[in-house]
Design a protein around this ligand. Structure first.
Ligand code: URA
Length: 445
């Protein structure tokens, strides 16, 4: 078999066989297929696409390329969640403790921030002392004793995806549905949970800018999960506007705790509860309505917050920053971004706002960048709200004073102020399961 022939076939739109996909991925991981040939193949896939069978096979081969976590030793049903990435998306820190407090088991490996989108591991690392790396024994023990453990991705989880993702990143081939679906699902399958809830974001801050593309990505991932014997469902949720009011690592942990205390922004609470309720439903905890009630009760009776605190202590973290006994370290510099005129916020460019948080130090500009966990943005006015000239739209926080001027300029450019109130936007557009799409439109931010 020759890579040249496979590239030629894919260039002309042919479907690769299972053997050809295995040959190509194994050869690439071993270094026998060079980057330049794999780059050509990725671009051919970008243009020609892949059939469902090819995408499922690519996923399986990548999932098998490294460690595959066997969670069968954990008592009870395990459930995982995955967000395709957003700005201010801290739902894992809310939905997962809720599910664990209701009896679900969460053994979850989370990623670092990617570009303008934040990562759960970076948020957890903002908690003093919290260990995002555990041994297998510690990981399993924490899940058994706390119902939940959130750690960073093991270095050897789907190494084929790691190598391919790095190449896609520099060859303009990230935004391909079969490549995104196989990349995400290879890691989810290797991580071992029996059920998977996907949160596919759509809008200005998401990979998928349109709802229809988000639904196509969701259908592809759901089909892969179900074919691999995992109960898999996706919610299509809004990422045209940042979720909640906090962006940045310790700011987002604080806001998650607010929601777990029954406070916090309504949009964040709603999306987190919808995710938690669906995760409970997927592992058979009751009807959708009963699962929703169960999730709400876990906030009201404080059990979800206690579960989060227990996990944080078990992983060496100082839970006093969650209980309010200790404050997170404050950023030394801040600046208000003020409204230039009266009106209504008619548009927020979520991707541009995520980039502002990176400028402030909350994300990585290069792989080696060190995160400033106190840096970030607190939004005071969001989409649809009335603003008055001179009032603060947001506060920017950083440890690097020299970033403030550029961050202020970019934040102002990301906000559009119009004269009339815009139409309300739904938070959750659709639910995608095997053979069924349910569309919603009623929920309002
Ligand atoms: N996240 C991933 O893990 N892979 C992609 O391709 C895109 C987002």
């Amino acid at each position: 078999m020759h890579m040249y022939d496979l590239i030629t076939r894919k260039k002309h739109g042919a479907a690769l066989t299972d053997e050809e996909i295995a040959f190509m991925i194994d050869g690439y991981v071993k270094g026998e297929i060079p980057d330049y040939q794999m780059s050509a193949m990725l671009m051919a896939i970008w243009f020609s696409g892949m059939t469902d069978r090819e995408t499922a096979e690519l996923t399986q081969v990548m999932a098998r390329s490294g460690d595959q976590i066997d969670l069968s030793a954990i008592s009870g049903r395990t459930v995982d969640k995955h967000s395709t990435g957003g700005v201010g998306d801290k739902t894992t820190l809310i939905a997962c403790p809720i599910v664990a407090a209701c009896g679900g088991k969460i053994a979850k490996m989370s990623g670092r921030g990617l570009g303008h989108t934040g990562g759960t591991v970076d948020k957890l690392a903002a908690i003093p002392g919290y260990r995002t790396e555990l041994t297998r024994e510690e990981f399993f023990h924490t899940v058994e004793t706390c119902g939940i453990s959130l750690i960073g991705q093991s270095g050897n989880l789907a190494p084929a995806d790691k190598k391919l993702y790095a190449l896609r990143d520099v060859t303009a081939t990230v935004d391909s549905i079969p490549l995104i679906a196989s990349s995400i699902m290879s890691k989810k399958l290797a991580a071992g949970a029996s059920a998977i809830l996907l949160d596919v974001k759509t809008g200005s801050g998401a990979f998928m800018k349109t709802q229809e593309d988000a639904i196509r990505l969701a259908q592809t991932m759901v089909a892969i999960g179900e074919a691999a014997g995992r109960r898999t469902v996706a919610l299509i949720t809004d990422m045209d506007v940042p979720l909640g009011c906090g962006i940045g690592n310790s700011i987002e942990v604080r806001e998650s705790v607010d929601v777990l205390r029954g406070q916090g922004p309504a949009d964040l609470r709603e999306v987190s509860l919808a995710l938690a309720a669906d995760m409970l439903y997927l592992i058979g905890k009751g009807t959708p309505e009963a699962c929703r009630e169960m999730a709400e009760r876990a906030i009201e009776d404080g059990s979800a917050l206690r579960t989060l605190c227990r996990m944080v202590r078990a992983q060496g973290g100082d839970a006093r920053v969650l209980t309010g006994e200790l404050a997170f370290q404050q950023a030394p510099f801040s600046r208000e971004v003020r409204a230039p005129r009266d009106g209504f916020i008619t548009q927020m460019d979520a991707e541009a706002i995520g980039e502002v948080s990176v400028v402030l130090g909350a994300g990585r500009e290069t792989k080696e960048s060190v995160i400033d966990s106190a840096a970030g943005i607190l939004l005071h006015r969001k989409y649809g709200e009335r603003v008055q000239a001179g009032e603060s739209l947001a506060t920017l926080y950083t440890s690097r004073q020299e970033t403030l001027a550029e961050a202020e300029r970019r934040y102002s450019a990301a906000i559009h102020i119009g004269t009339a109130a815009p139409a309300p936007r739904p938070l959750i557009f659709a639910r995608v399961e095997k053979d069924q799409i349910t569309r919603f439109g009623g929920e309002e931010a």
